[in-house]
Design a protein around this ligand. Structure first.
Ligand code: COA
Length: 443
């Protein structure tokens, strides 16, 4: 049968598609800015038809209406990464959080630790052969669709056709809902002077020909500002945003010195503005793959000179990183932080960087602390850490003793917290803080 006939037979309204979900089903929703809208709106509107539907999702860029108080009993959210619209639901007991490396989420689906009943995805228009692109979000979305009993797809002409292992044939989809809304956008962050200083310090660790992973937000954007004079950088990253476009257009990112996937940007999702989505559309330089490939530490480690840059909430004087919780309160999730830190750690000449402002909460708190807050989860262990960067400089921890790493961290803490940290250091190591080393770094 011609694929267009199959397509037409599968066309339903959003409400009809949502009616295929049954009570107690586990429903996985397409990720981040690839989140489908219309079927979720229909599902939430018809909430009284359902009981205990589990909604599995990661970074929610939409309003996560299924997690609202009035949805209790109809839907229960299970999150891999809490965000502004889901934290309250988790804190008040209406939603759950499942810890999992981003790279391992597909395995939870494939091996049925979390059996997928329904996947709701958003894809591009089909090409002339009937293949739709997952567009901006491949990550766990494609693996979830591959495991689902029922696939509901919103087909959106505004979704860019991004290449790579990023397609689904319409014969695989069970129900098609035609939609026409702009793909969600994430505006570039405002970059403060502190973030600029951090970006500049990070850039000193990046050599020509390096392959980079960068996260979301002001710090990664600030790093990109200081890469304009570098040569032949490559990208192998969980995600990219707008800042990468300019560096490709000015010839800084060429990918030509990459030791795997030469000439290609490898990513698992995108998050930015239409400028980024237009750039990615049908661009042979970009390949999207599922997250169990892109974030697999063994794959990452095949990139010589791999450098990853991530952030955190607190780091203790041993180098233990809390990146996802504030004390016992889950704030976000591990995402790909440990996947990339492990991968870069194994790569030839690889480096991992934790880049943070030295303080939080309007300079009231130091992020460099003697002990993590009670209840905080250790995201990255002290054994995996290489470099920590703040606006005050770079601390190299790999291969350093407990005493040396604590001293290096104190040297890049905010000056107003240093004397307190030095007291802790002297008490812990039963010796006098070494002012000679301190001044050598700072003068
Ligand atoms: N103690 C108490 N509160 C703290 C804190 C600390 N040490 N550090 C930060 N906070 C608070 C901030 O004040 C802020 O609260 P507010 O929003 O009410 O002002 C909030 O926590 C967020 O802090 P901030 O550092 O500004 O967040 P961010 O948006 O820059 O995100 C991480 C930082 C670490 C939470 C984020 O990068 C993350 O989730 N990382 C883990 C996942 C990851 O690394 N993925 C990698 C690839 S994308």
């Amino acid at each position: 049968m011609d694929w267009k006939e199959i397509y037409n037979k599968k066309l339903v309204s959003a409400q009809e598609a949502a009616s295929k979900i049954k009570s107690r089903d586990r429903v996985v929703i397409g990720h981040a800015v690839g989140e489908p809208k219309k079927v979720i709106e229909a599902m939430v509107r018809d909430n009284k038809k359902y009981a205990s539907v589990e909604i599995v999702h990661m970074v929610g860029m939409g309003e996560s209406t299924y997690a609202k108080e009035e949805m209790e009993g109809y839907f229960r959210h299970n999150s891999f990464f809490l965000g502004p619209f889901t934290r309250e639901a988790a804190y008040s007991g209406r939603a759950d959080f499942t810890p999992c490396f981003f790279s391992e989420i597909p395995r939870l689906f494939r091996e049925e630790y979390l059996k997928v009943d329904v996947a709701i995805i958003q894809v591009s228009n089909p090409d002339e052969h009937g293949f739709c692109s997952f567009g901006v979000s491949n990550d766990y979305t494609k693996p979830a669709a591959e495991c689902a009993n029922i696939i509901i797809a919103e087909v959106n002409p505004n979704m860019p056709r991004i290449l790579g292992d990023n397609f689904i044939h319409i014969s695989e989809i069970d129900y098609i809902v035609e939609v026409d809304y702009p793909v969600m956008e994430l505006k570039p962050s405002k970059i403060s002077d502190v973030e600029k200083a951090i970006g500049e310090n990070c850039a000193t660790l990046i050599e020509d020909g390096a392959t980079l992973q960068l996260g979301i937000g002001a710090i990664p954007d600030a790093v990109l500002l200081y890469l304009k004079d570098k040569k032949d950088l490559g990208i192998h990253s969980e995600m990219i945003s707008d800042g990468v476009v300019e560096l490709v257009e000015t010839g800084v990112i060429t990918n030509k010195r990459k030791s795997i996937h030469k000439d290609k940007i490898i990513v698992t999702f995108l998050m930015g503005t239409k400028k980024l989505y237009d750039f990615a559309n049908n661009n042979s330089m970009i390949e999207m793959h599922p997250v169990d490939y892109v974030n697999d530490p063994c794959v990452i480690s095949k990139n010589d000179n791999m450098i990853c840059i991530n952030s955190c909430i607190q780091i203790d004087l041993m180098g233990q990183v809390a990146a996802e919780s504030i004390g016992l309160k889950q704030f976000s999730g591990v995402g790909g932080q440990v996947d990339f830190i492990r991968g870069a750690g194994m790569a030839s000449k690889g480096k991992s960087i934790i880049a943070i402002p030295s303080t939080a909460s309007n300079e009231k708190l130091s992020r460099i602390v003697p002990f993590l807050d009670e209840g905080a989860a250790v995201t990255t262990s002290r054994n995996d850490i290489h470099y920590v960067v703040t606006e005050y400089g770079v601390a190299e921890l790999r291969g350093k003793t407990l005493k040396e790493r604590a001293r290096a961290l104190i040297n890049i803490a905010h000056p107003k917290f240093r004397s307190e940290l030095i007291n802790q250091w002297e008490e812990r190591f039963k010796s006098k803080f070494d002012y000679f080393i301190y001044y050598k770094i700072h003068k």
